[in-house]
Design a protein around this ligand. Structure first.
Ligand code: PSU
Ligand code: MN
Length: 335
């Protein structure tokens, strides 16, 4: 137990190191070469609520200008609910935690010219001074590094359909297996193999909880037909889960799945037929690797005449609302 306690306090010290602006040099970099915005640094040093946000959803997940509008609205929702938003991206090779409006605009304009950056891509983006939009795995990595335990996204990656043959399993899942951050998402899209994704998360030791339901949601729809091992009914329930996870030093992540609000749920059959068509096209065009998810997202949106994008925007905003409340409840618990 002592070893766990000392490991925990070493982690806390490391996180404090990234939280203070004392060690930020003239170049705006700190010891870990991560630039933390003054607002986020101040919130972290005070122990105030902060919500990490990813940026691949801006570059690859939505078209311009909806990507920029949504990113701004999501930040505003986080603020209006008492937390500080920290959108994470790599700009000119510098990992940034907390973006200015100008930086958000720059990323939204770059769109897919920004490199989709998962964990494996981080070192290359920094070394080549590139512009990287972080996926859930890379965003979790930086959030944990600077001591942000709550991260809001739309949907996470998973085991792709036929993943048992292609081995296309998102690094979001292995990241959840080794990084103690709570990810608030609307579950997993049915472009993926949901039952196998849940199996894989179990293998990785990830705590999977659903918000106000026993069913794991399927992003556009409220349920996937799969049951979750753990149910949470309030931001306080989530905060207690996060607190227990951190105090025990489990080192693994938590997936908190929030179903899309009923009034925004897309027609399951409309989405399903679009997904089937998009999957077939991806196979015909031999779209594989990290291009597959953006391809499927864009095609499903086209095939549904924008219905899927509207649902996507609505659920991301709802996740931001719930995530901010969780971050506030968790910050209160620590004071
Ligand atoms: N699912 C969505 N929207 C997204 C993504 C997934 O509904 O924007 C992005 C996230 O950044 C996620 C990444 O981390 O795609 C997963 O990509 P891959 O399947 O290549 O691991
Ligand atoms: Mn993949």
């Amino acid at each position: 137990l002592n070893m766990v306690a000392s490991a925990h306090s070493r982690l806390a010290n490391l996180q404090r190191h990234f939280q203070t602006s004392d060690n930020v040099g003239k170049d705006g970099l700190n010891g870990g070469n991560v630039k933390i915005s003054p607002e986020v640094a101040e919130a972290l040093s005070r122990g105030d609520a902060v919500v990490a946000l990813e940026s691949t959803i801006i570059s690859h997940g939505m078209p311009y200008p909806q990507n920029l509008e949504t990113a701004k609205e999501v930040e505003a929702i986080v603020r209006n609910n008492g937390a500080v938003p920290a959108t994470i991206a790599i700009l000119d090779g510098i990992p940034c935690v907390g973006l200015t409006t100008k930086e958000l605009e720059r990323l939204a304009n770059l769109g897919t010219k920004a490199q989709k950056t998962a964990r494996r891509d981080i070192a290359y983006l920094v070394a080549s001074r590139g512009n990287g939009a972080t996926t859930d795995s890379a965003t979790m990595f930086f959030a944990s590094m600077v001591g942000i335990p709550v991260f809001v996204t739309g949907g996470i990656g998973g085991v792709h359909r036929h993943g048992e043959q292609t081995m296309d399993i998102s690094s979001d899942l292995t990241e959840l297996g080794k990084t103690p951050v709570a990810v608030i998402s609307a579950g997993i899209k049915s472009i993926l193999d949901i039952p196998r994704t849940l199996e894989y998360l179990e293998t990785q030791g990830v705590t999977v909880a659903a918000y106000k339901t026993d069913q794991f949601p399927a992003f556009f729809t409220e349920t996937s037909g799969c049951k979750v091992p753990c149910r949470v009914d309030s931001p306080e329930d989530c905060a207690r889960l996060i607190d227990a996870n951190l105090k025990l030093g489990l080192g693994t992540g938590i997936l908190i799945a929030v179903p899309i609000p009923k009034e925004h749920a897309a027609s399951g059959s409309l989405i399903e037929s679009a997904i089937q068509k998009a999957l077939q096209e991806a196979r015909d065009k031999k779209v594989t690797g990290n291009a597959e998810t953006p391809f499927l997202l864009a095609r499903v949106n086209e095939l549904t005449g924008g219905a899927s994008l509207a649902s996507n925007i609505a659920l991301v905003k709802n996740n931001a609302l719930v995530g901010a409340k969780i971050a506030v409840a968790h910050a209160r618990m620590r004071q």
